[in-house]
Design a protein. Structure first.
Length: 328
């Protein structure tokens, strides 16, 4: 299979690495705009992935500055959310894809495609449901035990799906992606409060105060989406509705995780460490902005965004109990 990965997200590096390890013909354009990551990766010439089932290292791929697809190539566009937010009304040079080409767009909202892809490109939308952190270009740690992609059903992706499943990455094909995207938006509301304590979700939820914060931000998101008639579908992992039900019905289940080791501190924490305030609060800001058009007051989501200045100025909260006191 010939595949061209385009993007600067950890998901792009994971897909390039696992497909290269499968001896597929992989080209990777690691920048959406500019070539800073491309230059750094050219010095290393290797992708290093720390996966739950072991290490994957591969140099069996080609780096490229081009997003144009050649005959027989499948494109996969997986840019960071903050990169997509930064695209202007005319986007990049619009060479990603091409007439007659097919691109799987992961995490790209439908309205963003016209700013990202060349005219005439056929688009299949998808989502990455996984926790991954890029420590430096091409070096990624995948901390979730069951990584999944959710993609629109279609014959164009058959070979890609086969290859990913053989590398322990689940793929769910669906007819309508929108309800899954909505559910993922709700799930992402937890990233910021967890990041403010610089811990894992399991550590955060082991505190009664952490559970109350989590219930608050999730309920506000679910109430808003219900009022706006935005349907939700159940995610294969990290489903927010299932998590909320557990938090409400069996909260004591979470107590034992406080002392367990874990490295999944989440992308929002890494954004904070790099001073990327807008990226860290993006999911919660979305809820606050949408709520302004309704009668719902997003007090929990608004409150956690207001604690960012304190963290950037003074440092992380010691634990969820300290954060809870600050929010109240």
């Amino acid at each position: 299979m010939k595949v061209r990965i385009i993007g600067d997200s950890p998901t792009a590096a994971v897909l390039a690495g696992v497909l290269a390890a499968e001896n597929q013909e992989v080209s990777w354009k690691p920048d959406v705009q500019g070539e800073s990551r491309l230059k750094e990766l050219k010095r290393r010439r290797e992708i290093r992935l720390s996966l739950p089932w072991g290490w994957v290292k591969s140099g069996n791929f080609r780096l490229s500055a081009s997003g144009s697809l050649k005959t027989g190539e499948l494109g996969v566009a997986a840019p960071c959310a903050i990169t997509l937010e930064g695209l202007g009304p005319t986007g990049v040079d619009r060479r990603i894809g091409g007439k007659g080409a097919t691109v799987l767009a992961l995490g790209v909202e439908p309205g963003q495609c016209e700013r990202l892809l060349a005219a005439g490109t056929a688009v299949v939308h998808g989502l990455g449901v996984l926790e991954s952190t890029e420590w430096d270009p091409g070096s990624v740690e995948l901390s979730v035990e069951d990584p999944w992609l959710i993609v629109e059903a279609g014959a164009q992706l058959r070979e890609l799906i086969r290859c990913l499943r053989s590398q322990n990455i689940g793929v769910q094909e669906v007819e309508d992606l929108a309800p899954y995207r909505n559910a993922l938006h709700i799930r992402e509301l937890l990233d910021l409060p967890v990041a403010l304590c610089h811990g894992t979700l399991e550590f955060f939820l082991s505190y009664p105060e952490g559970r109350e914060i989590a219930v608050g931000v999730l309920e506000e998101g679910l109430r808003l989406f219900s009022q706006r008639s935005m349907p939700l579908a159940r995610l294969p992992v990290m489903d927010p509705v299932r998590l909320l039900q557990r938090l409400q019905k069996k909260p004591k289940e979470f107590d034992g995780a406080r002392s367990l080791p874990g490295r999944a501190i989440g992308t929002a924490a890494h954004h904070l460490l790099r001073g990327e305030r807008k990226a860290a609060r993006m999911a919660n800001d979305r809820i606050v902005r949408m709520s302004a058009q309704t009668g719902i007051e997003p007090k929990w989501n608004w409150a956690v965004t207001q604690r960012l200045n304190r963290v950037l100025r003074v440092g992380f909260y010691g634990d969820p109990a300290e954060l809870y006191s600050a929010l109240k």
